[in-house]
Design a protein around this ligand. Structure first.
Ligand code: NAD
Length: 321
């Protein structure tokens, strides 16, 4: 993922809004105590999120197996060292298996009463399993996946969807408010991941059908700009059409105007569609369109050089974009 300036998710921030949010946050934080936080996973999302916590006056120790520790964050040599005596531990990791493995390392040594906040996008079973393990160790757990992409992480305008006990949630809100501008308590542990998976299943499927509609418009000789003007104000409107239009030169600036540089990469969308499929199977729910969307992204990523391409680049399956 890169810093092309496109926000993936429900928040697309302008400079004015970002400044206003920052001012509001510093005002809110004045007089509040500095918290001790461990941040594990300092990749494209984790590094800017951790930096925002430091900018808000908190004491952050970071650990990543590969990525460098950003300036202002104290580097730890291991996950165990990072979490020792910390009030909060935040993880921003690639998947559920790595989350489980990391949790097994850190939960036994986390400080009593501390809370693990997992912001990664992972399967619901992993979120619930880690929540259970945390409870066994008398620790708090909140799953808090995000929407808003790298730009949202940098600007502190992420949307958080959180799952966990109210008692833990109320303690983590102030930290989420630094890294984001919107948060929803979705229910018990795993509910945040459930919301994230449902949202991204809709986003993936809607993106594909939006691309199909442009291909159909082309075939019918309908001007793309006219199609956008009609659909973006009619019942076919969606975030994919109105905000993140996959057709080059149509609608607000988006990755389609920058050779489909992500943004939100197709392989991450594929990961989320696979999580949605897995979740649907686990509760015997039919999701035929979500499954088809997963198969289309599978082809795009694995056979059609879609890896590293923004998820709106699936347009290339349908047109000569
Ligand atoms: P990334 O690959 O850039 O970062 C993940 C980091 O985790 C890497 O730096 C990696 O070295 C580190 N890591 C892996 N295993 C580790 C371990 N055992 N201990 C410590 N560090 C370890 O990925 P990202 O884009 O930052 O995404 C992180 C999570 O956020 C993913 O679950 C992703 O699905 C989710 N997400 C990403 C975006 C986005 O736009 N990039 C948007 C929403 C959600």
């Amino acid at each position: 993922m890169d810093n092309t300036g496109y926000a993936y998710g429900s928040v697309q921030s302008g400079i004015d809004k970002t400044c206003a949010i920052r001012a509001l946050k510093s005002a809110r934080l004045r007089g509040e105590q500095s918290l001790t936080i461990a941040f594990i996973g300092l990749g494209n999302m984790g590094a800017p999120m951790a930096r925002n916590l430091v900018a808000a006056g908190h004491n952050v120790t970071g650990y990543d197996i590969a990525a460098p520790c950003p300036t202002g964050i104290s580097p730890a040599e291991s996950a165990e060292q990072a979490v020792t005596k910390k009030e909060f531990v935040i993880t921003m990791l690639p998947n559920g298996a790595i989350l489980r493995q990391t949790a097994a390392q850190i939960l036994p040594i986390m400080a009593q009463g501390s809370i693990l906040i997992d912001c990664s996008t992972v399967d619901i079973d992993s979120a619930r399993a880690v929540a259970h393990e945390a409870e066994m160790h008398n620790l708090g757990f909140v799953d808090a996946p995000v929407s808003g992409g790298v730009v949202g992480a940098e600007n502190g305008t992420l949307t958080f969807m959180a799952g966990g006990d109210e008692a833990h949630i109320k303690h983590v809100w102030p930290l989420l408010d630094i890294m984001g501008s919107r948060r929803v308590h979705c229910g018990q542990a795993g509910a945040g991941q459930a919301a994230k998976i449902c949202n991204n299943m809709i986003a993936g499927a809607t993106m594909i059908v939006t691309c199909e509609a442009f291909a159909l418009a082309d075939g019918l000789g309908l001007d793309r700009q006219k199609m956008f003007e009609v659909v973006s104000a009619s019942s076919g409107q969606s975030w994919s059409m109105n905000v993140y239009c996959p057709a080059t030169g149509i609608g607000p600036s988006s990755p389609s105007d920058n050779d489909y540089q992500p943004g939100f990469a197709s392989e991450l969308m594929l990961k989320d569609l696979r999580l949605a499929r897995q979740a649907a199977q686990s509760v015997n729910t039919e999701t035929p369109i979500g499954t088809l969307a997963m198969q289309i992204y599978e082809e795009f990523v694995e056979k059609e050089a879609g890896s590293g391409v923004d998820f709106s680049g699936v347009m290339r399956k349908f047109t000569s974009e």
